[in-house]
Design a protein around this ligand. Structure first.
Ligand code: FES
Length: 653
């Protein structure tokens, strides 16, 4: 009789194995993705499978209930102490006795796919650089002069195929204590990335380590720093938090921070220390929120723009403030996290920084490219990450282009007379009746529209503090549609518009959005200066996109993806009325949420994604907006609302 047939699902891999072969061994030989931390010792329970019994005409087998060996003492013990879910077996203990179909549940797969949030478009595969391996190490022997590290390395090689293990001094110093505490049974956290560099011993736990291990995905922006504490086994986000970038006190935008360095000797060190302190604080806060030991954080990934990149690394960013905008290095970096002064986390934790695309287009844009994968898009996609600088990508399977455009902070509510950050009290949505010219609006933190009877006048009066970036976009677009403002952006007088809300403001006019003065609240107006600030920002954004379209030889794109926190809140219709984005059907404008942060998380969980983005970045064509002659012409033409010459047929619908 031939050997029994073993079929694994969902992979469909199959092969014949002698009676008595452990299921885990069969899986290993067939290359089935099945986890194991303890190496088949029956203690980690990562190797659980679900055998299926009965007739499987599709596979041409009948599985009897004796197809696997009955529970042995190891499974009995595991079940009585920890409990084995119904129908599950430990694949390292169950042996093949007859033809069998074995299902590998998602949680037993090493390269498991993680379900991602609604806004995210790519599945996330778990393939982290750091892996846990449980090993039994030979005890020292008077007749064998080898050191404890050498015996540990030999055990990892023999039991897990880890060759050429390296170790740093801090780990060596702790080694003997941990080996003895674990009675020569230890769990090694071994780091092996995509570069082919020798594996590193990051940490050693006595006995079997079951409390997980973690990584930080950090999106270091000019204004805010956001991070996700991620479980490196499951991909689950255990805590997420953000804080203001403390460098703001040195300058709101990037160029003012570069100027600060140029004008203040030692200014770069001040800013480096400020941002590093914030990164450490954020890591400690996340560990506290998740209730984990910060020493279990063994990896981090970082994405940021080029100026933040240099300042975090402790490199003078002066060269980035002037043409030809030379980066110190554009390559991805893999460093000890301690080089950036991470205090709370594991002292040997590794930090991966994504590659920069160009002197103006940073690792944050690379992370957006990783998350949104324009190189895999059949249709031509324009991806815009709106912040103080707009990062713009245009591409499809044939080619990807990138640029950055200096929009300034107006889209974030800065430089706007009643502007504020998106926080409770900020007007975020606006509608203006085209007949009466009367506005209604919604405020962050309040669920009703301002004209709702349930929205008490006193609350409206004093609870409204200003207008945020998405609010000002909507206000301007509504003013344009209601005829309060013409195509050049000029706000009309009360006589011209027929609305008493248009009041004189110096030599120009302003539109009163909200007057809370009678109740002690603010007067919130949209001024001619506000219109001008948004016009400058949107012209820079549109001109950048247009420059990429020129280079691609197209005058239309198939779809638009808005990334970034602002992109998540902006209304596509209002953005198009102002001509912030090129004309496309409205349903083809989508929001990607924090795509840069998502890219950081993908790179944290999957070393193959690191290799992929390093390759893709090298293939992206960089367009320098500052020196492109056409930029100025595009900029001027984009000043009109929506545009002086480009058609916007979708708006007519
Ligand atoms: Fe660890 Fe089976 S491999 S319990």
């Amino acid at each position: 009789d031939p050997d029994p047939l073993v079929i694994f699902t969902p992979s469909g891999k199959r092969g014949r194995f002698p009676v008595g072969t452990p299921v885990l061994t069969a899986a290993r030989q067939l290359g089935v993705d099945l986890d194991s931390v303890c190496g088949g010792r029956g203690i980690c329970s990562k190797c659980q499978v679900t055998p299926a019994y009965g007739d499987f005409p599709k596979h041409g087998v009948h599985v009897t209930d004796t197809a696997l060996s009955p529970w042995n003492s190891v499974e009995e013990r595991y079940d009585s102490t920890r409990g084995l879910p119904e129908g599950r077996r430990l694949s390292c203990q169950a042996q093949v006795q007859g033809d069998v179909v074995i299902d590998v549940p998602a949680e037993s797969q090493v390269h498991r796919q993680v379900i991602r949030k609604r806004a995210e478009t790519r599945a996330l595969t778990m393939n982290p650089a750091t892996r846990l391996h449980y090993v039994e190490v030979a005890e020292p022997d008077m007749h064998d002069p080898s050191g404890d590290f050498e015996r540990l390395a030999a055990a990892l090689e023999a039991q897990w195929g880890v060759t050429g293990l390296t170790v740093d001094l801090s780990m060596l110093a702790a080694l003997q204590g941990v080996l003895r505490k674990g009675n020569w049974r230890v769990t090694a956290a071994v780091y092996r990335d995509h570069t082919g560099a020798a594996p590193r011993l990051l940490h050693l736990f006595p006995g079997l380590h079951e409390d997980g291990f973690y990584g930080l995905a950090i999106d270091l922006g000019s204004t805010t720093i956001a991070a996700h504490l991620t479980d490196l086994e499951t991909g689950e986000v255990r805590a997420a938090s953000g804080l203001m970038n403390p460098q703001i006190r040195f300058g709101e935008d990037l160029m003012s921070r570069v100027s600060y360095v140029m004008m203040n000797p030692g200014g770069d060190t001040e800013m480096t220390n400020a941002v590093r302190g914030a990164l450490s604080d954020l890591a400690a806060e996340l560990a506290r929120d998740a209730g984990i030991d910060p020493a279990l954080i063994v990896e981090a990934t970082l994405v940021c723009n080029p100026v933040m990149h240099h300042l975090a690394l402790g490199i003078d960013p002066t060269e980035l403030g002037q043409a030809p905008f030379a980066l110190t290095t554009s390559s991805a970096l893999s460093l000890p996290a301690s080089d950036l002064g991470f205090a709370a986390i594991n002292p040997r934790a590794r930090l991966y920084i994504l590659p920069c695309i160009a002197g103006h287009v940073g690792a944050d844009a690379a992370a957006v490219a990783l998350s949104e994968a324009p190189e895999k898009s059949e249709d031509l996609v324009l991806i815009i990450d709106v912040g103080t600088n707009a990062e713009i990508l245009l591409g499809n399977t044939s080619r990807v282009l990138a640029c950055s455009s200096p929009t300034g902070p107006a889209f974030e509510g800065a430089q706007i007379s009643s502007g504020q950050r998106a926080a409770p009290g900020a007007i975020e949505k606006v509608e203006i009746d085209p007949v009466t010219k009367e506005p209604r609006f919604r405020v962050i933190g309040m669920k009703r529209w301002s004209d709702d009877p349930g929205f008490a006048p006193r609350v409206v009066a004093t609870g409204v503090t200003g207008i945020c970036g998405s609010g000002i976009i909507e206000a301007l677009a509504e003013m344009r549609m209601a005829g309060i403002m013409d195509a050049s952006g000029l706000i009309g007088s009360a006589e011209q518009t027929g609305s008493a809300r248009c009041i004189p403001d110096g030599r120009t006019h302003a539109y009163v959005l909200h007057d809370g003065r009678a109740e002690g609240g603010p007067l919130i107006t949209v001024t001619q200066g506000d219109v001008r600030a948004i016009q400058l920002a949107k012209s820079a954004l549109y001109a950048g996109a247009r420059l990429l379209m020129d280079e691609m030889g197209v005058d239309r794109v198939d779809r638009v993806v808005l990334a970034g926190a602002f992109g998540a809140h902006i209304s596509a219709k209002h953005a198009m009325v102002l001509g912030m984005i090129p004309d496309v059907p409205l349903e083809r404008v989508t929001s990607a949420g924090n795509a840069a942060g998502t890219g950081a998380r993908i790179a944290l969980c999957d070393i193959a994604a690191r290799a992929a983005i390093e390759g893709n970045v090298a293939r992206i064509t960089k367009i320098e907006t500052a020196i492109a002659p056409a930029f100025q012409a595009h900029f001027v033409a984009a000043n009109a609302l929506p545009h002086a010459s480009d058609p916007f047929p979708e708006l007519a619908k």
